[in-house]
Design a protein around this ligand. Structure first.
Ligand code: KIV
Length: 272
């Protein structure tokens, strides 16, 4: 947190690494616009992810697949304008990095060049290690994302937790090691057993950020609309609601409409 007189010191990949070493937990949230990014930055959130969950939360899609690279760039530009301290990480959308290493590299470069983000995130493990290596060798910090990978939802056929069989667990561990070796600075672990997330966290020198992965990760992330209670019909057990914002916003909007209809808004102090 900062005051107007103390310039904010940006959270960097090195700072996150130090937080892991010191055992200081990393607080992360998604953000998709400057307004909410500023609020979360002022609250001292360390990492703001411009997640491809923007497709669900803002655009009203059922999955994250439809969001485009241009749309992620648009939202990331807005978020970085609202932030002084937090690290801003931009998600690489579906099909922006899966086809070829050079295309992944170019698209990550576009995000970095056009948005002022500090890093990109992509889903997947060893199959993208070459892309991660190429990006990090060129100065583009990369965050990995293992466990439930929402871009693979049609492949999975549902949102069940991942890493629940021995094979899946082994794959997650070896993917995490491959990403670390390729140069990733952190890894999101989504919806995997807490015990597995703890094992991955212990094995890695880079921080893990959990979502539905238990308390043993080096940090936690939630989709901000879930955390604030704006999404009312999505209730996985890993979401803790810190507000019932949808209810409060609805009540406020009703009151506003009532005041207009009653002729009590605006009053003389609200008029010129
Ligand atoms: O897109 C997103 O919001 C994410 C988080 C769930 C980690 O990837």
């Amino acid at each position: 947190m900062t005051t107007s007189s103390t310039p904010a010191k940006r959270v960097t990949t090195r700072a996150l690494q130090e937080m892991k070493q010191k055992g200081t937990r990393i607080a992360a949230l998604t953000a998709y616009d400057a307004l909410i990014a500023r609020v979360f930055d002022e609250a001292g959130i360390d990492v703001l992810l411009v997640g491809d969950s923007v497709a669900n939360v803002v655009q009203g899609h059922q999955t994250t697949l439809p969001v485009t690279l241009d749309e992620i760039i648009y939202h990331t530009k807005a978020v970085t304008r609202g932030v002084q301290r937090a690290m801003v990480v931009a998600d690489m959308p579906f099909m922006s990095y899966q086809v070829r290493v050079d295309e992944a590299f170019r698209n990550a470069g576009r995000i970095m060049k056009e948005t002022d983000a500090s890093a990109v995130k992509l889903e997947g493990g060893i199959e993208y290690a070459e892309s991660v290596r190429r990006m990090t060798a060129s100065g583009i910090p990369v965050m990995g994302h293992l466990g439930l990978q929402p871009q693979s939802i049609h492949q999975y056929g549902g949102y069940r937790p991942r890493g629940t069989t021995a094979d899946e667990a082994e794959k997650i561990i070896s993917d995490a090691e491959a990403l670390e070796q390729a140069g990733a600075f952190g890894i999101v672990l989504e919806k995997i057993p807490a015990e597995l997330a703890q094992r991955v966290t212990n094995k890695l020198t880079i921080p893990t950020i959990g979502i539905g992965a238990g308390a043993g990760c080096d940090g936690q992330i939630l989709v901000y609309a879930d955390m604030l209670g704006l999404t009312v019909d999505f209730n996985p057990r890993f979401v803790r609601r810190y507000d019932q914002f949808a209810d409060r916003a609805r009540d406020a909007a009703r009151q506003y409409a009532d005041d207009i209809r009653a002729g009590t808004f605006p009053n003389e102090h609200e008029s010129y």
